[in-house]
Design a protein around this ligand. Structure first.
Ligand SMILES: [Zn+2]
Length: 245
């Protein structure tokens, strides 16, 4: 009987030991996750020169700043106007955008708007899809969220939600990658968009300031005066605002 009891006790002890081990491992993983989250935030904090404009209301409507550290105000609304292809933008920039695309076509080019105004819901679904992609590539939750945010703005911080931004591609090359910069359409837009009040919003050498990777297709309306200055000085919107505020 004693032998049986001992064997039961010994089994129970082993089971308890095993459970303790599992709990310790799980706790360790949770702690590691928290440490990783804190470290990645510190890295992000150092990597990007976070400009924070607390008073968006002080800015002209066309200079509104939406970036990872400056969300669009909660009460933000925009009146949009649509093109025949269904894409819509802030109605105040419609004519300038149409004129820019018309003038590009007169040069024999074929620019196509592939993304324009996005509702908060649309932005949310794009961001979620990007995170899922990184998760399926084996990234952890935190890594996936950080990587996704470099390509698709976190909902509430996307310029596409302002109605002032458009993604334009060449008809002959409709891929959103670095190769876009070699198309005649992008070369023309990079040279001329400022005349219509637009800037290439995420230049290659400004990712540390904008928080977004190089996007040779994303154009942002800032008005003709600001666009001219930004183009001439080769600065980004954050640097321009730094100068005028
Ligand atoms: Zn874009």
């Amino acid at each position: 009987m004693d032998i049986v009891n001992n064997s039961v006790r010994s089994k129970r002890r082993k089971r308890i030991k095993r459970h303790r081990k599992i709990i310790t491992i799980l706790l360790g993983l949770v702690v590691l996750d928290i440490v990783f989250f804190i470290i990645s935030n510190i890295i992000l904090e150092r990597k990007f020169n976070r400009t924070n404009y607390t008073s968006q209301s002080a800015l002209d409507w066309q200079l509104i700043l939406a970036n990872p550290w400056n969300p669009i105000p909660k009460n933000f609304t925009v009146e949009t106007e649509s093109f025949n292809n269904g894409h819509s933008v802030d109605k105040r920039i419609f004519d300038d955008l149409e004129k820019m695309l018309d003038d590009a076509r007169k040069e024999g080019l074929s620019p196509i708007i592939c993304s324009s105004y996005r509702t908060p819901e649309k932005q949310k679904s794009l961001y979620k899809n990007k995170i899922s992609k990184y998760l399926s590539d084996g990234f952890s939750n935190q890594e996936a969220a950080i990587e996704a945010a470099k390509w698709v703005a976190v909902p509430g911080t996307s310029e596409h939600q302002t109605g002032l931004a458009v993604d334009i591609v060449a008809e002959s090359y409709q891929i959103l990658d670095k190769g876009q910069e070699n198309t005649s359409e992008q070369k023309w837009l990079m040279q001329n968009s400022y005349k219509y009040g637009f800037i290439l919003r995420y230049p290659e050498n400004k990712s540390d300031i904008t928080g977004i990777c190089y996007e040779p297709w994303h154009y942002r309306y800032v008005g003709k005066e600001a666009a001219k200055e930004i183009h001439k000085k080769g600065i980004c919107l954050e640097e321009y605002l730094e100068q005028i505020l």
